[in-house]
Design a protein around this ligand. Structure first.
Ligand code: GLP
Length: 227
């Protein structure tokens, strides 16, 4: 497990974009696991600016609200706007969870080479809310009040890749920025591994990097800013 503290989100975006570009160069038909949310915006901007070749890449998004697939508030639209419309990805290579076959589709495609994650203030990853099990697979979930408030959304249900779906990825990078994530980053990294903080399960993964900015790292013991 690596914890990398960077000065700001731009620096984090550059680091991750560099990793993504080397994966695509080495394996043009790689499978990327992608997330939505504000945290991802600087990264997707970097990826677009690098003009990477997405022509053979497959992407697997983590989640989507039920009922918002064709709505501008949904994650499909978020991804189109911030990434897919601005790179040469093929529409048929873009996947979102919308039924329980998702894990099977990922497996058949060869598994996720790199999964990028954000984190909710309550420790959710994807829409695996507190209480989700380490063995959870892609499924329909009910969103917590806290998540609905944080995401300013009135929808009650979503499809999410499970914790197991995420943990099966070959490599994982979790990004967190800003003071509002400082409390959950401390719990995720330094307190006990528990289903009450789904992101804490990630510490069991053998190739996981947490890339956090100074503000979200400020409650951690002993942090050193990476250069
Ligand atoms: C959303 C998504 C997550 C995301 C998280 C953080 O609810 N389901 O995949 O990581 O919340 O969002 P943000 O980056 O906007 O803080």
């Amino acid at each position: 497990m690596r914890i990398i503290v960077v000065r700001n989100e731009k620096e984090a975006a550059k680091k991750v974009a560099f990793i993504v570009s080397s994966i695509i160069r080495k394996k043009p038909n790689c499978n990327l696991g992608l997330a939505s949310g504000r945290t991802m915006i600087p990264l997707y901007k970097e990826l677009v600016e690098r003009k990477l070749d997405f022509s053979k890449v497959k992407t697997f998004n983590l989640d989507e609200y039920i009922g918002l697939k064709n709505n501008k508030k949904g994650f499909h639209s978020f991804m189109d706007k911030n990434l897919f419309n601005n790179v040469n990805i093929k529409e048929e290579n873009v996947y979102f969870p919308e039924n329980k076959n998702y894990d099977g589709i990922i497996k058949k495609s060869g598994g996720i080479d790199l999964q990028i994650l954000g984190i909710g203030k309550n420790g959710h990853i994807g829409f695996n809310e507190p209480g989700s099990s380490l063995k959870s697979k892609t499924r329909k979930v009910k969103l917590s009040k806290e998540t609905k408030k944080a995401n300013k959304i009135g929808m009650d249900y979503a499809w999410t890749a499970g914790i197991k779906t995420i943990m099966d990825s070959k490599k994982i990078i979790l990004l967190a920025f800003g003071r509002e994530k400082a409390g959950i980053i401390k719990k995720t990294l330094e307190e006990k591994i528990t289903k009450d903080i789904p992101a804490s399960f990630l510490r069991k993964h053998k190739n996981i990097a947490f890339i956090v900015d100074k503000d979200s790292a400020k409650k951690l013991n002993d942090i050193k800013t990476a250069r």
